[in-house]
Write a protein that binds this ligand. Structure first.
Ligand SMILES: Nc1ncnc2c1ncn2[C@@H]1O[C@H](COP(=O)(O)OP(=O)(O)OP(=O)(O)O)[C@@H](O)[C@H]1O
Length: 378
């Protein structure tokens, strides 16, 4: 187990500023998951911790030791990649023991480490096979086994499950979480997969364009994103965003109105009054918080453009003309609704929506969230 710290880390590739002052402190035994859009710097961050990329400025500290200039092999880390790159001519046991053999460790020690890793990863029956005789999930377990045998203080994972099919990914997700519990090691994990991030992380780090936007426990980030970017990034289907105008602010509550449409009262943080009345703000609402209602005052009329029936729930892409939403994910539809409505819903159907005020997020023109923090469990 190790504590890992990045202090003001900058990384340039030529003139390209890939990491911009990254500060990150990973506690011993934490499972940190890094997420963000393609090209935001997740893999670069992981490689700088591994020592596979040098940094332009800043410091990387593992267990209080500055490793910024240390070779990868001296840092006490092991990395598992998306492509598991096993040696095809070696058996599973030989693949798993490879790192230790390179370090010229005694045979008995290597055998013991391989057996222990194989037992943890349920590969004991596969040790004499070659990689081509294994399933994708088993191969990825061998790659993880290769990391385990080296008893690293820190495991780094770069999208290790993205080559597996959906069912195997689900199974491996559970196995990795179990592995983390069993070994208690510090793990830093990069993924594109929201479910992996939400279910495995003790804390999620959201990257964007070479900076860290927010760090926090999964549900905390989901309930209290600091800005539009984090709000829009975490959650599938993603949060809806609607342009609104700021009206009066009374007793910590802002009146915001959709042009020609409904008005909402949103609790705000203190610095909102510095914004002029009439300022354009963004209202956010998660698809699961929009409610289908019979027509009445305060509801918004909408037309269903597309229905995705997922069994337990249904995703509707609707055209709610009044709401000038900017999160269109599908043609003329401008709002996404996630509902457990039991009756069948059809394309072209007219419906009415209610946007509960206690589920609204409000964002300033610069993207900062200015509605009051929401409890994680509400
Ligand atoms: N060796 C390199 N030389 C030049 N530019 C690079 C190099 N490696 C990465 N970059 C650039 O640095 C930025 C960050 O890349 P990085 O691989 O860290 O992104 P990422 O967040 O992991 O993306 P993805 O999710 O697509 O893997 C990208 O714009 C990329 O093009």
């Amino acid at each position: 187990m190790a504590h890992v710290e990045l202090a003001n880390v900058d990384k340039y590739y030529g003139h390209y500023h890939a990491l911009r002052g990254i500060d990150l402190s990973v506690d011993k035994g934490e499972f940190i998951v890094m997420v963000g859009p393609s090209g935001c710097g997740k893999s670069t961050t992981l490689k700088t911790i591994a020592g596979l990329e040098s940094i332009s400025s800043g410091r990387i500290v593992i267990n209080g030791r500055d490793v910024t200039r240390e070779e990868p092999g001296d840092r006490g880390i092991a990395m598992v990649f998306q492509s598991y790159a096993l040696y095809p001519h070696m058996t599973v046991a030989e693949n798993m023991g490879f790192g230790l053999r390179m370090q010229k460790r005694p045979k008995a020690e290597i055998d013991q480490a391989v057996l222990r890793a194989a037992e943890i990863l349920r590969l004991t029956d596969q040790l004499d096979k070659r990689p081509k005789a294994l399933s994708g999930g088993q191969r990825q377990r061998v790659a993880i086994g290769r990391a385990i045998t080296r008893s690293p203080e820190v495991f780094l994972f770069d999208e290790p499950l993205s080559n597996l099919d959906a069912a195997l990914r689900t199974q491996m997700r559970v196995e990795l979480s179990t592995l983390h519990e069993r070994l208690g090691s510090t793990m830093i994990y990069v993924t594109h997969d929201q479910v992996e991030a939400m279910t495995m992380a003790s804390r999620i780090v959201v990257f964007n364009k070479g900076i860290v936007e927010q760090v926090g426990a999964p549900l905390e980030l989901y309930a209290n994103p600091v800005n539009l970017f984090v709000a829009g990034f975490l959650g599938a289907p993603r949060m809806n965003f609607v342009s609104v105008r700021l009206g009066r602010i009374v007793d910590g509550t802002a009146e915001v109105a959709v042009d020609g449409g409904p008005t909402f009262q949103v609790p705000v943080v203190a610095d909102l009054p510095t914004m002029p009345p009439g300022a354009t703000l963004t209202l956010g609402i998660r698809p699961e918080n929009i409610v289908l209602r019979p027509a009445s005052a305060g509801t918004v009329p909408a037309t269903i453009r597309l229905v995705e029936q997922l069994g337990r729930e249904t995703i509707l892409y609707v055209d709610a003309g009044l709401l000038k939403a900017s999160s269109s994910e599908s043609g003329t539809a401008n709002l996404t609704v996630q509902t457990a409505e039991p009756r069948p819903l059809h394309t072209g159907e007219a419906i009415h929506l209610s946007l509960p005020e206690n589920a609204l997020f409000l964002f300033a023109p610069d993207g900062r969230r200015i509605s009051r923090a929401r409890p994680v469990f509400s």
